[in-house]
Write a protein that binds this ligand. Structure first.
Ligand SMILES: Cc1ncc(CO)c(N)n1
Length: 213
């Protein structure tokens, strides 16, 4: 039987491909992303990472065993220390002030609120689907973009944080958790989570569209 994560990828391949070929992603791959768009991205991606801490923490509150708790705590450390620390340093160095980019674009709000609402009302499987949706997709485009020459050192750094082995292992763990959840879910629950996975990719497309201004 096809693993649940592979079913999600197969059913939603159109929206997956749309995200992988998004103009924001293409601009980064081709080295043509305007600096304004990168600065807008730093502000709202930083805000999303802050929300992702809450999403993973909700996951931690439902974790079925210690091994899952360890993975989630490691993920939380990565977000709070490595990533949020990186935003603070890079934004200060580049003179990017979050308050200057308010109000937040509608595409960002839809993405963030969609993710937070699903994490707050859903169970462990919901949160694994949310984070698998976000991270597996990010690993794939960032790995491609990181393999290209990138003249902006901060962008290069950000891409490599999402293309390195630690990030890949975490994305693989989320994929396995989705498969594990799939083994005991009813057909109706799987249908609901498949819809949620499709929503995540659609919200991601909205988010990255909004970053182009
Ligand atoms: C917008 C967005 N989606 C997904 C990820 C994956 O972690 C991220 N860092 N940012």
């Amino acid at each position: 039987m096809t693993a649940f994560s592979d079913q999600l990828l197969a059913v939603h391949s159109d929206v997956w491909n749309e995200m992988q070929q998004h103009p924001f992603v293409q601009a980064i791959e081709q080295g043509t992303l305007p600096e304004t768009a990168f600065h807008r991205y730093l502000v709202f991606e930083g805000e999303f990472v802050f929300s992702a801490v809450e999403i993973l923490a909700q996951g931690l509150s439902h974790a079925p065993d210690v091994s899952c708790q360890r993975w989630l705590i490691q993920g939380l450390n990565g977000l709070v220390d490595t990533q949020l620390g990186w935003f603070e340093r890079v934004m200060a160095k580049r003179g990017v002030v979050a308050e200057h980019w308010q109000p937040a674009p509608a595409g960002f709000i839809r993405f963030r609120d969609g993710m937070l609402q699903a994490a707050r009302t859903g169970g462990y499987a919901d949160i694994m689907v949310l984070m698998f949706g976000a991270e597996w997709m990010y690993y794939h485009w960032c790995a491609r973009a990181a393999a290209r020459p990138q003249h902006d050192e901060d962008l290069r750094d950000w891409l490599s944080m999402h293309a390195d082995d630690a990030f890949y292992q975490q994305a693989c763990w989320l994929k396995q958790e989705v498969d594990q959840c799939g083994l005991t879910l009813s057909g109706q629950e799987k249908q609901r989570l498949s819809q949620l996975y499709g929503d995540v990719l659609a919200w991601e497309i909205d988010f990255h569209q909004a970053m182009l201004g």
